[in-house]
Write a new protein. Structure first.
Length: 613
């Protein structure tokens, strides 16, 4: 007979053993899961940590290749020493302080009224000398430049200069000179005999803040030229330990806070209204354009919406850019002109590190030219430069669309720091090209006393997008520089655009345009009071195509282009008409102009007469 099955429970030891195995399996599974999850999170965070990553590593090769080309006709040659300019920016030892890494600029203007372009350079000294840095004025004489600083009296030795700007501020038809400083600004009045008199304090424009960019126009249309001055930060180094400012050592910080603009408070900007008696009053707060939270580096006066009143755009570093609409038709108390902040409404309230401004009409590249200015803004590393294209809405209002990547100007700029810039037709094919001065504010790892040099951009425009041809345009544009200021001018008067570039702690570079001349050009000169020419719109039409320029609005960085406008015409010999819509509302027109040069005269002076080569 078979035995009956046992009903006794299993031993307790066996039960405990099975439970322990389940516990250990669960613990092991949980541990593995945590490890795997931690790895995934860490990996994803590293991919998204754009502040610490190498910016260029996130840019695809396809995007970079799309912004370059293998050939160009553009050729630029450094002729600075050949033509007698052998100066460089502040040669004193670097102390790792923000002001010394920021400047400086350069300006073109015919100060002696002889028809040639003269050059003013800020905060420089002769290469190889031990002289104290100062401003330098070079007069064009017989095809080369001669240093006329001492006789002119514009050296301002010992000051820390930033920007330079020529403008007739007292209405006597002679170019005066305004220089912004880290410290009191200077206004040099031109006597007409080759000498200047510094009257900044007496005139009320010697702001002792750290000033950078400046812009000019008759914003209230009262017949006098006014001045807008950008102020950067309240840089107070008092009490900072010596090892924080000195070159990096064993006890010094890797990157001192003295190089970070966010470490310092912003400073309100100034709008100096010209009283007409040689003095100015600051009305920035009353007009609503003081921008107290902005760390401002550049500003452009331009009629951005085409209503006949000059608006204001301000480029700020690590703070919101500002677009102020001039509401002159709706004057405030006592007839004062007010501005409205429409930055957010127009899509231009950009918080990136903005430095330079260039202005042109590029809407035709997408088949929608509207005759309104578009804005190019240079930015800091890992932020890309910006290209804002204007769009006029059916309501009559306007806004901007970011077209940076569509035009090939985005990804290629992500690992550069941009400064001065200009829209200029370098090959005269009828399409504006774009030159950008680059130079990092990051220090070299092996020597923190020096900054990382970078090649400039020379963007050629094929009608649909821009292509960087700097490495093909000659050794002077292919090499790396610590560039800052940039100013365009046809200094040799051969009908194409040349470019002057300043370097931080390096020599000035004067780039002569040696591009083979297969195309024609028209140089437009304005004969008008300064109040009418600053902000004027110039329309050049040939074969049914109109090109636009805005006088004095393409402001670069701490610099000023020559007042003449070189307009490329391509190879088509079609008749040319030029119309100028002056800033005071008047209009002048020249029909059947020939290629070469034309002078358009304001109605208050005499009828416009063309003059060609």
């Amino acid at each position: 007979m078979d035995a009956a099955p046992s009903s006794d429970p299993p031993p307790r030891a066996t039960i405990r053993s099975k439970r322990m195995r389940r516990v250990w399996v669960a613990v092991a599974a949980t541990t593995c899961g945590c490890v795997l999850l931690t790895w995934c999170v860490t990996h994803l965070r590293s991919l998204r940590d754009t502040d610490l990553a190498d910016a260029s590593g996130n840019v695809t090769r396809a995007f970079l290749d799309a912004s370059t080309t293998t050939e160009t006709s553009i050729r630029l040659t450094d002729v600075s020493r050949e033509l007698g300019i052998d100066v460089g920016h502040v040669l004193r030892p670097r102390t790792r302080a923000l002001p010394e890494d920021t400047g400086s600029g350069v300006a073109w203007g015919d100060v002696d009224d002889d028809g040639d372009h003269d050059l003013f350079v800020v905060d420089v000294a002769t290469i190889g000398s031990d002289a104290e840095p100062s401003n330098r004025l070079f007069l064009m004489e017989g095809g080369s430049f001669a240093d006329d600083t001492e006789r002119a009296g514009v050296d301002d030795a010992g000051a820390r200069g930033m920007g330079a700007y020529f403008a007739d501020l007292n209405g006597d038809d002679r170019l005066d000179l305004y220089v912004t400083n880290d410290g009191p600004n200077r206004l040099f009045l031109n006597h007409g005999d080759g000498t200047f008199d510094e009257v900044g304090a007496r005139a009320g424009v010697a702001d002792d803040a750290w000033s950078t960019g400046a812009a000019f126009c008759d914003y209230d249309q009262d017949g006098d030229l006014d001045v807008y001055v950008c102020n950067y930060v309240d840089y107070d180094a008092e009490g900072i330990a010596a090892d924080a400012l000195g070159p990096q050592g064993a006890s010094g910080p890797a990157v001192p806070f003295t190089l970070n603009p966010s470490s310092f408070d912003s400073v309100p900007n100034r709008l100096y209204r010209n009283r007409g008696d040689g003095t100015f009053e600051d009305v920035a707060f009353e007009c609503g354009v003081d921008d107290p939270d902005g760390r401002s580096l550049a500003a452009s006066f331009c009629d951005l919406d085409g209503d006949g009143w000059i608006d204001l755009y301000v480029a700020n570093d690590v703070s919101m850019n500002k677009l102020y609409k001039n509401r002159g038709a709706r004057r405030g108390p006592q007839g004062s002109v007010r501005f409205a902040d429409i930055s957010t409404a127009t899509g231009t309230a950009d918080p990136r590190g903005s430095m330079g401004i260039a202005v042109a009409e590029v809407g035709w590249m997408e088949g929608r030219a509207d005759g309104l200015p578009d804005l190019f803004i240079t930015h800091w590393v890992a932020q890309e430069n910006a290209m804002y294209a204007s769009v006029r809405r059916s309501t009559g209002a306007f806004e901007y669309r970011d077209r940076t990547r569509e035009f090939g100007l985005g990804e290629i700029s992500i690992d550069r720091v941009g400064w001065g810039c200009t829209f200029s037709d370098l090959d005269l094919d009828g399409r504006v090209d774009l030159a950008v001065a680059n130079g990092s504010t990051l220090e070299n790892d092996d020597d923190p006393r020096t900054l990382r040099a970078e090649p400039m951009f020379v963007f050629w425009n094929d009608g649909r997008r821009f292509f960087d041809v700097a490495r093909l345009a000659g050794p002077s544009t292919a090499r790396s520089m610590n560039a800052r200021g940039l100013a365009a001018c046809d200094f040799d008067r051969d009908g194409d655009v040349d470019v002057a570039v300043t370097q931080n702690r390096g020599p000035l570079v004067l780039l002569r345009n040696d591009t083979a001349r297969a195309n024609r050009s028209l140089t437009v000169r304005l004969d008008a009071p300064a109040v009418a020419s600053f902000g004027a719109r110039i329309d050049v039409t040939t074969a049914g195509i109109t090109q636009y320029r805005w006088s004095g609005s393409d402001v670069s960085f701490l610099s000023q282009h020559a007042p003449e406008h070189v307009v490329g015409l391509g190879s088509d010999p079609a008749p040319i008409s030029v119309e100028v819509r002056w800033a005071d509302g008047k209009t002048s027109r020249v029909d059947d102009a020939a290629h070469g040069e034309v002078t358009v005269v304001h109605p208050s002076r005499r009828a416009a007469t063309p003059g060609g080569k």
